[in-house]
Design a protein around this ligand. Sequence first.
Ligand code: NAD
Length: 329
Amino acid sequence: MNTASRVLVTGGAGFIGSAYVRMLLGPDGPGHTQVTVLDKLTYAGNPANLDAVRDHPGFAFVHGDVCDPALVDKLVSEHDQIVHFAAESHVDRSILAADAFVRTNVLGTQTLLEAAVRNGVSRVVQISTDEVYGSIDTGSWTEEQPLRPNSPYAASKASADLIALAHHRTHGLDVRVTRCSNNYGHHQFPEKVVPLFITRLLDGGRVPLYGDGSHVRDWLHVDDHVRAVELVRTRGRAGEVYHVGGGTELSNRELTAALLDACGADWSRVDHVEDRKGHDRRYSVDWTKIRDELGYRPGRDFATGLAETVAWYAEHRSWWQPLAARAAL
Ligand code: NAD
């Protein structure tokens, strides 16, 4: 059988992890799946993200830390597979202080992997990022590209990926790694650029554009991302890395223009601020492998996805307004 009956999802109260859990237990999920979320509920974790599945008979939530070996060992022993989203995920925070990034992203991943080996878990999906490669001016990275991370966040994710792949080579653990581009969509904590700009613009506030705004990112709707993760979990190969792209490459200036437009605002609301330290110029993953091997294609057109995202934030003020203070750095 390809799909497990008991899946442990770490970081399942965050933006992408909760989208994955809602998909797993929703009408597009595999069915017959028990899902346990392990989440520390840091500033970015939000139990409300799981409201849609809270009463599902296949759902359980455990409040805890991926760095807690006893708790992790017990939980892992009760599950067949692990999908590992839990992380400190915001680059700007890693520039201010990186200790939580190294602890959760590196030590937490290692704690999970050791428990997976000890308990004979059949599969681990490590969720990673295109940021592990550094910056690329033209062209796209393939999965074989050496890792040259620049921010402390990216370095911690690269370390986690290497430890995960080492557990495959050393112990024969079935580990699969996904590296995706920038996600956007509903339920994203209002610190990353898309929800930060939308919530501030909806509130009549101002938004900060880093440097000259020429930094380029590929945009991936979170619903496309979780479909890709599920393809990798159910049909990917052990020891392999899969890139997940969204197919919409935009400079931050272009993204800002799209967000202003979608929120009915103009450039007078933009503050041009000092560039982020060590700001990577461009990320670009070649996602031919997941397309050819697993049939992945991003389904969400960016303009529609962005309009839906703005509409979601406009309709869910009670979700994000209490979080705005927590988002401040
Ligand atoms: P997020 O910050 O929204 O959520 C992270 C979740 O992990 C939160 O619920 C938090 O409470 C939990 N967590 C943090 N530390 C923990 C710990 N020690 N133990 C247990 N739980 C802990 O992040 P996200 O945007 O949903 O990202 C999920 C994953 O995807 C991360 O691994 C991130 O590196 C990766 N990723 C994200 C993006 C993006 O655009 N958001 C892009 C590429 C990769």
